[in-house]
Write a protein that binds this ligand. Structure first.
Ligand code: ADP
Ligand code: YYY
Length: 143
């Protein structure tokens, strides 16, 4: 390991543009952590549905997020998602979550908290981040 600062890589684009495909390949080649930010919004959505929190209620969703630990783990080539220590990798891809995630991700307070967490994850570099707003908002200095 050199003491050269490891960079953070941002990959933005609309749905199905190929972001996660590229991000995973780049992360594997560089041995960086792949961070799927959409999975973080899905994780919160999953928890809101489980706890019967109305996804249109910004205040309650924000409070819920403040009490939710979202972990992204790399295992071999695969990424696992944990919510409060529970495995939700597959559950967050179910249609119920997909239907509700855009309502969750539209709330400003929720986004601000997610962006803060994503910036912390990228703080020490060595990450490839994929999402809708990474280069513009989360990592404006990435290039
Ligand atoms: N370079 C490419 N050429 C052809 N198909 C691709 C390419 N990159 C991705 N795909 C396919 O397009 C679809 C969406 O890609 P994905 O990486 O999941 O998009 P995103 O993460 O931007 O939503 C997937 O089915 C994937 O296999
Ligand atoms: N940085 C991000 C990443 C995802 N989102 C939103 C957009 C989508 O509705 C959900 C789910 O994202 P996901 O990456 O699973 O889906 P897409 O491939 O981007 O359609 O989260 C966001 O608002 N900001």
């Amino acid at each position: 390991m050199t003491n050269q600062r490891r960079i953070a890589i941002a990959i933005d684009g609309p749905a199905a543009a190929g972001k996660s495909t590229v991000a995973k390949i780049v992360a594997r080649k560089l041995n960086f952590l792949y961070i799927d930010t959409g999975a973080m919004y899905r994780a919160l959505t999953w928890k809101a549905l489980k706890e019967k929190v109305d996804v249109r209620d910004e205040e309650r969703l924000y409070e819920l997020l403040r009490h939710t630990a979202i972990e992204l783990k790399q295992e071999g080539g695969a990424q696992r998602v944990l919510v409060d220590g529970k495995e939700v990798t597959e559950a967050i891809r179910l249609p119920d979550v997909t239907r509700n995630v855009s309502d969750v991700s539209k709330h400003e307070r929720v986004r601000r908290e997610m962006v803060k967490r994503q910036q912390q994850l990228a703080e020490n570099g060595g990450v490839v981040m994929d999402g809708r707003d990474i280069g513009t908002c989360v990592l404006p200095e990435a290039r």
